[in-house]
Design a protein around this ligand. Structure first.
Ligand code: SAM
Length: 315
């Protein structure tokens, strides 16, 4: 271990940092901070983080995972919505990773709201802290990110994941910690009781698998539910002439009323039940089937054969 290697946070340090900054975790922002360095190492390992990776971390919080990512040699862009936590992060990282320094801008004139950059002795940007709502971020500073690694805020986990896969096509993988129940839905396949909109949309972008369960005691405060790690590896979407938006509109319609047969669920999109039946048959699907049985290739084929009614806006 080099003298400059970041020291990961443990329970005492997390509480000390929070107390010193007056941080009181809020449920509304899904603030459950990881106290356990072993869990951080597991996340970093399951994400296959290596030197040269540019990792985007959503919600760095007090920095538990950020330090693990830096220790593995990644350059990190951290997007945090809470300005108190975003402001605290650079000083925490400098204290735990002595080789890094805050870059105050060439003339010392970095403006409030600008990303804060921490560099190593060679001048390389190792950590960039962006204060923003991840759902509104359309561009990130620095080189294109190669991986999303995050302990996601529970209330926005699925939209954040889908938004980042859509907006940053340089991401070749993601490793996210989410509620165990959400993890199961993300990785579910057709035919499963919990297969639904998140499962089908994630399958457009990536192969997803659940790689570990994480107990609630590794967090402060302790949440009411267990968590799990999901690994996603980007792959090509199924070949189709339909746009992603068209495919996603079909998925939304197919699951809008669970238990409805596809021929009725898709009638509003197709213009009529008869047009929906025709599209389903052309796509090689059974009109009496339900969305729960259709895989992402099936939804793509369906979107291709659906002639949308004016205003349905799926192409
Ligand atoms: N990564 C830290 C850890 O593992 O200890 C904290 C994880 S905590 C579950 C989620 C973090 O996401 C919090 O720091 C919270 O403030 C932040 N957050 C919540 N909503 C966000 C959003 N829309 N955009 C960016 N960050 C968000």
């Amino acid at each position: 271990m080099s003298v400059d290697e970041p020291v990961l946070l443990g329970p005492a340090r997390v509480r000390e940092l929070a107390a010193a900054a007056g941080v009181r975790p809020t449920k509304a922002l899904g603030q459950n901070f990881v106290l356990d360095a072993g869990t951080v190492r597991k996340i970093v390992r399951q994400a296959s983080v290596q030197p040269g990776d540019v990792v985007v971390e959503v919600g760095p919080g007090l920095g538990s995972l950020t330090l693990g990512l830096l220790a593995a040699g990644a350059d990190v862009v951290a997007v945090e919505i809470d300005p108190v936590l975003a402001e605290l992060l650079p000083s925490t990282v400098v204290a735990q990773a002595p080789g890094l320094r805050v870059d105050a801008g060439a003339d010392g004139s970095a403006a409030a709201g600008d990303p804060v950059v921490l560099r190593d002795a060679t001048g390389r940007a190792r950590l960039t802290v962006v204060t923003a709502d991840a759902l509104t971020v359309t561009a990130l500073p620095g080189p294109a990110p190669t991986a999303l690694v995050a302990n996601l805020p529970y209330n926005v986990a699925v939209p954040v994941l889908l938004t980042f896969l859509e907006r940053f096509d340089s991401l070749d993988r993601a490793l996210v910690m989410v509620q165990a129940e959400v993890a199961d839905r993300l990785v579910a396949g057709p035919g499963s009781r919990i297969y639904g909109v998140p499962s089908a949309k994630v399958a457009w972008y990536a192969a997803a698998r659940r790689v570990a369960t994480v107990g609630r005691t590794v967090f402060w405060p302790v949440p009411n539910v267990d968590s799990a790690l999901v690994r996603l590896d980007r792959r090509e979407p199924p070949p189709t002439t339909a746009s992603r938006q068209a495919v996603f509109a079909v998925i939304d319609a197919a699951f809008a009323q669970r238990r409805k047969m596809l021929r009725s669920a898709l009638a509003p999109l197709a213009g009529s039940p008869a047009a929906a039946v025709q599209a389903l048959e052309s796509a090689g699907l059974e009109p009496g089937d339900r969305g729960e049985r259709v895989d992402i290739a099936g939804f793509a084929a369906l979107a291709e054969h659906l002639v949308p009614v004016a205003g349905a806006g799926v192409r």
